[in-house]
Design a protein around this ligand. Structure first.
Ligand code: SF4
Ligand code: SF4
Length: 323
């Protein structure tokens, strides 16, 4: 097994999903309505509903941390995970090859990378891969929490005699205190209505100004609650994510505002950033531009030049600052 990869397996079993239900009931899922689907909730609780033939769930915990310098304005900051080739593809290939090489299935397997109705952090925790920290991430003592999780449901019974790692957050609450928008509650849940990652990646609406003005020059995601965690301090590769797209770390916010779709696809099409689409990235860049320059004239131009989310964000900022 490569450095920076840890693997565990548990037998398929019912899981305690109370924490997830609390998260939904608190309204923390914001507009992610798919999380409320009854069939998907039932699958989270009983993974055998996903695949009746499955006997075990194998979790792959894969480090992606590297020494990323803090990108300063007027350059745009992207979350660390996003500057690599799309992890969905890289990890799926890795798991496929691993299962085949070690003969970990007979006839059936199903691989998930951040896409299926699986309680992936809880399954990783039960497999001894770490504890779920106050920032809601799975933290591994050796790898920290700058990791991707991928799972394979397989039709063989694997011995999952792993020791569960106790909670090692202790009295620390750095992540809670460092979150610029107070999105982390005291019960290890993140309120997506406030979270910068949600607003810059998942949301298809304009960013509320009370959130957007805390983004500084961040234009895709937010690493703060990972960055401050002491368990991430000295961790970094080697990793299977060797080839990062370094040109993404040298882009000016202003250039992102005026980027066309063709350029967007060329630059970001093979990375997770494509999820935001060109108009989502424009929206984020407009917000970051305002944070850096506070330039009304620029916003007026953008609101006239674009009818999409980017233009709407510019108009929204202008409307609010004129109140
Ligand atoms: S990703 Fe950023 S905004 Fe979201 S909870 Fe963590 S620190 Fe807060
Ligand atoms: S910053 Fe502290 S409280 Fe937050 S996850 Fe890390 S160790 Fe736990």
């Amino acid at each position: 097994m490569e450095d920076g990869v840890q693997i565990s397996a548990i037998g398929v079993r019912d899981l305690n999903i109370q924490h997830f239900l609390n998260y939904l009931n608190m309204g923390y899922a914001a507009d992610m309505n798919y999380l409320f689907r009854r069939d998907s909730i039932m699958k989270r609780e009983s993974p055998y509903l996903i695949a009746g033939w499955a006997k075990s769930i194998i979790t792959f915990n894969i480090l992606y941390k590297f020494e990323m310098k803090k990108v300063q304005s007027p350059y745009a900051r992207f979350a660390m995970y996003s500057v690599f080739k799309d992890y969905h593809l890289v990890i799926k290939d890795y798991i496929e090859n691993y299962l085949t090489e070690y003969g970990l299935f007979l006839n059936n397997k199903r691989i998930y990378v951040d896409t299926g109705p699986l309680m992936e952090r809880e399954i990783g925790r039960l497999g001894g891969l770490g504890w779920i920290g106050k920032n809601s991430m799975l933290i591994n003592k050796k790898l920290g929490s700058y990791t991707f999780l991928g799972e394979a449901l397989v039709d063989v019974k694997l011995d999952g005699s792993f020791q569960i790692t106790p909670d090692m957050c202790g009295n620390c609450d750095l992540c809670i205190r460092s979150c610029p928008v107070n999105a982390i509650d005291r019960d290890r849940k993140v309120d997506s209505n406030k979270c910068i990652s949600y607003h810059t990646i998942e949301s298809r609406k304009t960013i509320p100004l009370e959130i957007g003005t805390k983004m500084e020059n961040m234009v895709f995601g937010c690493d703060i609650c990972n960055d401050v965690c002491p368990w991430n301090r000295s961790r970094k590769g080697p990793t299977i994510f060797a080839n990062r797209r370094e040109q993404i770390e040298n882009l000016k916010v202003e250039d992102l505002v005026y980027m066309d779709n063709e350029n967007f696809v060329t630059k970001f099409g093979s990375t997770p950033i494509r999820r935001a689409k060109v108009e989502g990235l424009r929206r984020n860049a407009v917000m970051a531009h305002f944070n850096i320059y506070n330039d009304d004239k620029f916003l007026e131009e953008v609101s006239k030049d674009f009818r999409d989310l980017g233009g709407q964000q510019a108009a929204e900022i202008l409307r609010k600052i004129k109140l």
